[in-house]
Design a protein around this ligand. Structure first.
Ligand code: ZN
Length: 81
């Protein structure tokens, strides 16, 4: 999680759990909303550094790359022949 604050450089996102900071000014507007990018970067930081949950449900690593659409509920994994 993070909180939004403001300093002389503009709006910044402050990590709740450490001193990590994302500065909205440091993101390139040509790539989309800097604020959205900063929020995403902070979510990634929280997940990677603190194991925090995300609004974007992460797909478990062991299910990635199998081409399966993961939905809620039971996922049937075909048995090997
Ligand atoms: Zn942090």
């Amino acid at each position: 999680m993070y909180k939004i604050s403001k300093d002389t450089d503009g709006i910044i996102l402050l990590c709740h759990d450490c001193s990590h900071v994302e500065r909205i000014n440091s993101f390139n507007e040509s790539l989309g909303s800097p604020r959205t990018q900063a929020a995403r970067a902070m979510q990634n930081h929280s997940r990677e550094k603190h194991g925090a949950g995300s609004l974007l449900k992460p797909i478990p690593k062991n299910l990635r790359g199998r081409g399966a659409a993961v939905t809620s509920g039971t996922v049937a994994i075909p048995r090997q022949r």
